[in-house]
Write a protein that binds this ligand. Structure first.
Ligand code: ATP
Ligand SMILES: Nc1ccn([C@@H]2O[C@H](COP(=O)(O)O)[C@@H](O)[C@H]2O)c(=O)n1
Length: 216
């Protein structure tokens, strides 16, 4: 029986899933977890400790020691360097296992929750009554991310941004451990031609349909 409103929001980098997830959480009064931040914190933790992103065992020890104090430096965690580091260590099964229980507990809390990431609808909360897979073309996603980072003063060429997005998509979708894939029961939302408001409205309609279907 489905008793609470768990909203699973998955999709590739810079598709707008975090923006939509945060707005849905606000709308329904639910707690929100950006699970990408956990992987970013592990990647940054490895780099700061002088470790190698190729060292799976070391990344796992960093993941096992992760706590809330590692999630506060949002400027650093949302940098391009952190995103790249995150996607490198996210392929290690030991890292994913270390972060699993916390995410599952967050999803299962009374009243429901909103989580965004790559494997929410497939691994973290396969029982979620509302699942969205948010996407947009790589060019549009690279443009969004480029604008976001350059507005913050980061110096990056658009072509390099696009190459990074494409590489990250391939890595996230191609790995063996919890690859990025649309869950069978997720609704696809392509925001290529949508602004933030239109994308959010479409997402809310998907959640409303799921609520009606499950009596939530
Ligand atoms: N539909 C949209 N139209 C235009 N800009 C958008 C749209 N959705 C999100 N954005 C902007 O694109 C950028 C990336 O959005 P967001 O961080 O929500 O993406 P994400 O999928 O969560 O990325 P990440 O892979 O880092 O988790 C932000 O600057 C956000 O304001
Ligand atoms: N559930 C998740 C969330 C994220 N990842 C990996 O982390 C990278 C950064 O995530 P962002 O959402 O902040 O861009 C991402 O590229 C994934 O490799 C993940 O594996 N699972």
């Amino acid at each position: 029986m489905i008793a609470s409103l768990i909203i699973a929001v998955d999709g590739p980098a810079a598709s707008g899933k975090g923006t939509i997830a945060a707005r849905l959480a606000q709308t329904y009064g639910l707690p929100h977890l950006d699970t990408g931040l956990l992987y970013r914190a592990v990647g940054v933790g490895v780099l700061d400790a002088g470790g190698s992103l190729d060292d799976a065992a070391f990344a796992e020890t960093v993941a096992l020691k992760l706590d809330a104090s590692h999630l506060t430096d949002t400027d650093r965690l949302t940098s391009g360097e952190a995103g790249e580091a995150a996607s490198r260590i996210a392929g290690y099964p030991g890292v994913r296992a270390a972060l699993l229980a916390f995410q599952k507990a967050f999803a299962a809390q009374a009243g429901g929750a909103v989580l965004d990431g790559r494997d929410i609808g497939t691994v973290i909360a396969p029982e979620a009554p509302a699942k969205l897979f948010i996407t947009a073309t790589p060019e549009v996603r690279a443009t969004r991310r480029w604008k976001q980072l350059t507005a913050r003063g980061q110096d990056i060429a658009f072509e390099a941004m696009l190459a990074d997005i494409v590489k990250r998509d391939e890595r996230d979708a191609g790995r063996g451990a919890a690859p990025m894939v649309q869950a069978e029961d997720a609704v696809l939302l392509d925001t290529t031609d949508m602004g933030i408001e239109a994308a959010f409205d479409a997402a809310r309609r998907i959640v409303e349909a799921a609520r009606a279907k499950h009596g939530l």
